[in-house]
Design a protein around this ligand. Structure first.
Ligand code: RIB
Ligand code: CA
Length: 312
């Protein structure tokens, strides 16, 4: 069983990542930490509390950074709405939470674990970058960092960058160059990991406590992606990232050296992948470049159905 800490900015697809992690026997969810990204830090934290309440999860929750390490925060209301989770009413944010900062929760949890922990960030990498800066010694007890972010040939913030990396490129560079194995699940595969509007309607038809909320949220998320990017469905970026730990057959990887552009004006936050190995640098990253979306969707739909049965 893989022990993970999920660092997220819910966010519709972050919610699906939390759900998949909660439903998967292959994973032990040691904690959830939140970061500003899709919406402000207060809103992503509130959304995480609502999701944990909905799922009736017993999991530690800690709030993290409200802004990137250096830059000003940029959010994504055009995709996730003003709340960061528009499209359905969730139960109140009643889930308990820890008083410590997410960075300290990550550091303390990694230090205390008898087994190595896998960090799974699905938002801007601010918390992870700060944890590695504050306590680099934790690297010896981290198995790998499996992150949603970046792209080799795709983009969604500028023509050359993806949102999570664009928002905090300095934190991202800290992570990609920290020396730990990094798995990058980027837009090259996640923009193909689409839940269709028909699948969202199918979930609504199940009438379960979880599916009745997830279906409308996926319809909202799919519509905003259709309106803004012309993508015909809901690209559940973050859930695919978790799915690579549930069933590695959902994606195929390439091993490349990847660095992060932090100085460029047009290229801020670009994940620069050495696909032709011209730098002479050893690969530091497994980059997901192919996705089996049928397999992924079957995993995702089964997870929601399982949660319907788990949560009365
Ligand atoms: O670019 C997509 C990523 O940015 C996803 O993680 C989404 O939730 C947002 O955080
Ligand atoms: Ca996210």
């Amino acid at each position: 069983m893989t022990k993970i800490i999920l660092d997220c900015d819910p966010g519709h697809d972050d919610m699906m990542a939390i759900m998949l992690a909660a439903a998967s026997d292959e994973l032990e969810l040691l904690g959830i930490t939140t970061v500003a990204g899709n919406q402000t830090g207060s809103k992503t934290f509130e959304n995480a509390r609502k999701i944990i309440t909905l799922l009736n999860l017993d999991v530690p929750l800690a709030r993290g950074a409200d802004k990137p390490i250096v830059r000003e925060l940029i959010t994504a209301p055009q995709i996730h709405g003003n709340s960061g989770l528009d499209g359905a009413e969730l139960p109140g944010a009643d889930a308990p939470y820890l008083g410590c900062h997410a960075v300290d929760f990550i550091i303390d949890s990694v230090k205390a674990s008898k087994d190595k922990i896998t960090l799974v960030p699905t938002g801007p990498l601010t918390n992870i970058g700060l944890a590695l800066i504050k306590a680099p010694e934790i690297k010896k007890n981290i198995e790998q960092i499996v992150l949603m972010g970046g792209a080799v040939y795709d983009s969604n913030m500028t023509p050359g960058s993806e949102f999570n990396i664009f928002v905090d490129p300095e934190a991202a560079r800290e992570v990609f160059l920290c020396g730990l194995p990094v798995t990058m699940v980027g837009l090259d595969v996640t923009n193909k990991s689409l839940m269709s509007f028909e699948q969202a309607e199918e979930m609504i038809g199940w009438g379960g406590r979880i599916s009745s909320v997830v279906g409308p949220l996926m319809k909202f998320f799919g519509q905003s992606n259709l309106d803004y990017f012309g993508i015909n469905g809901a690209p559940i970026h973050d859930a695919l990232t978790v799915a690579t730990l549930v069933n590695p057959d959902v994606v195929e990887f390439e091993n490349w050296f990847v660095d992060i552009e932090t100085q460029g004006e047009l290229t801020r936050g670009q994940t620069v992948a050495d696909v032709y190995r011209v730098t002479g640098n050893e690969p530091n990253c497994r980059v997901a470049m192919k996705v089996n979306n049928d397999l992924f969707m079957s995993i995702m739909m089964d997870a929601v159905k399982k949660l319907d049965g788990m949560v009365d």
